[in-house]
Design a protein around this ligand. Structure first.
Ligand code: CAA
Length: 392
């Protein structure tokens, strides 16, 4: 039996911050962002858009009514959850109308969580072959205005339907994980933004890549020549490019090196316009590769490097399924270009707005008519969501 990704969807907010504008306002050279970080734009989420609305929108874009009757597990991986107790997966299960006899829960380990969720989904389908598992990676990455991480913020969600006989990618049984207890990036419960040892975090990322890749190759007797593409966690694309250079095998024939490089370029297209979406970043890179590569074919192996600060890393691989392109979009880049540009003052107000609750725990929101799902109010401390009837 093959198990893997049968469908994959993506949602982001409807507002975009152009990094040339940010550079001008902050008095930095625009090329530091466009060449130094390889970033162009960031998605900016208003208060009515959170990990639940984005996750539900990403899932809604791929699920049929039949899928909703067959899904028996919903896992949301996030590091920007809205509640310390109630899982985002429970809200999303309700919003989507998934049949009631399902297990729904949230999972966390920084940007790594969705990789663990996929492996659990794989084990579940192996045991119950008729099952379908909805895995959602949803995050809003906020570092704060005037911080070094500011140009690497973002917002978005990836939804993946895991089943037997998948139509996009089939997983291999080759995961190799590594855990190291480091403080490179963390967010205590009392803080709305993370604490970051920026340069140290990049060193941890690259060193985890190098050491996990060495272990993976040794355990599975494979090397780069066995893969058509390498997808990386993308906190910002330049770091992944450094990773790519680190693992590149210069003894490979020129044309094979070129295929790997071309596919890397295709894998960063969406992140360059969306920014960091933490748990979803690796899979946004995968989606970008699948929807834009001009050389991928059935049977090609793709290797994926997942990294979550703190830190857990994992490398695993998947095979491209015949006809995979029929399950994907051809208009994603054009859709991203339809987001509304925001000025710097609007971004600062919109992205960092906090709900102002009255003495009874109520707050009301407006301006969500262009969303698919929206947070409309907090009533007595309960978050209330709707599906917008006809989004603008
Ligand atoms: N033109 C072109 N390039 C320029 C330039 C210019 N005028 N000025 C600077 N640069 C280049 C620099 O040379 C540097 O490139 P190299 O790394 O190749 O040397 C690059 O721009 C970045 O510049 P700095 O080294 O000065 O770094 P910075 O102040 O921009 O900060 C950062 C970079 C520390 C990563 C910061 O963005 C940050 O803290 N980000 C958040 C943390 C993060 O993303 N860490 C990644 C690993 S952790 C992880 O993966 C989990 C996660 O998702 C958070």
């Amino acid at each position: 039996m093959t198990i893997g990704i049968d469908k994959i969807g993506f949602a982001t907010s409807n507002y975009v911050l152009k990094l040339d504008d940010l550079a001008e306002k902050r008095g930095i050279d625009p090329e530091k962002l466009s060449k130094g970080l390889l970033l162009k734009e960031l998605s900016i989420a208003p208060i009515t858009e959170d990990i639940i609305t984005l996750g539900a929108s990403a899932a809604e874009s791929i699920l049929s009514e039949k899928d909703k009757q067959e899904i028996d597990m919903v896992i949301v991986a996030t590091e920007s959850g809205t509640d310390q107790s109630k899982a985002a997966a429970v809200f999303i299960h309700g919003l989507l109308g998934i049949q009631p006899f399902a297990r729904s829960f949230e999972i966390k380990e920084a940007c790594y969580g969705a990789t663990a969720a996929l492996d659990y989904a794989k084990l579940h389908v192996k045991q119950y072959p008729q099952s379908k598992v909805l895995v959602i990676a949803s995050d809003i990455a906020k570092y704060g205005a005037h911080t070094p991480g500011e140009p690497t913020q973002g917002a978005g969600s990836i939804a993946m339907l895991i089943s037997q006989n998948p139509r996009i990618l089939s997983f291999n049984e080759d995961n190799v994980a590594q855990t190291r207890d480091v403080m490179d990036f963390w967010r205590p419960n009392y803080s709305t933004t993370p604490f970051v040892n920026g340069i140290y975090s990049t060193q941890q990322y690259l060193d985890s890549l190098k050491s996990t890749w060495a272990e993976y190759q040794q355990r599975h007797k494979v090397s780069l020549k066995d893969f058509a593409a390498y997808c990386f966690h993308l906190p910002y694309p330049k770091l992944a490019l450094k990773g790519m250079k680190k693992i590149m095998d210069k003894t490979l024939p020129e044309d094979q090196q070129q295929i790997l490089k071309d596919n890397f370029d295709k894998s960063i297209l969406y992140s360059q316009k969306v920014g960091n979406i933490y748990t979803g970043s690796l899979f946004l890179g995968l989606l970008s590769l699948l929807e834009n590569s001009d050389n991928l074919k059935a049977g090609d192996k793709i290797v994926l490097f997942s990294y979550g600060s703190g830190a857990v890393a994992e490398i695993f691989s998947a095979n491209v399924v015949d006809g995979y392109e029929q399950q994907l979009s051809t208009t994603r880049l054009q859709e991203l270009d339809q987001r509304l540009p925001v000025s710097i003052p609007d971004y600062e107000q919109m992205f960092f707005e906090e709900a102002q609750l009255d003495e009874n725990g109520n707050a009301y929101f407006s301006g969500y008519e262009n969303q698919v799902y929206a947070l409309t109010e907090i009533a007595e401390h309960q978050r209330k969501y709707i599906k917008v009837e006809k989004p603008l």
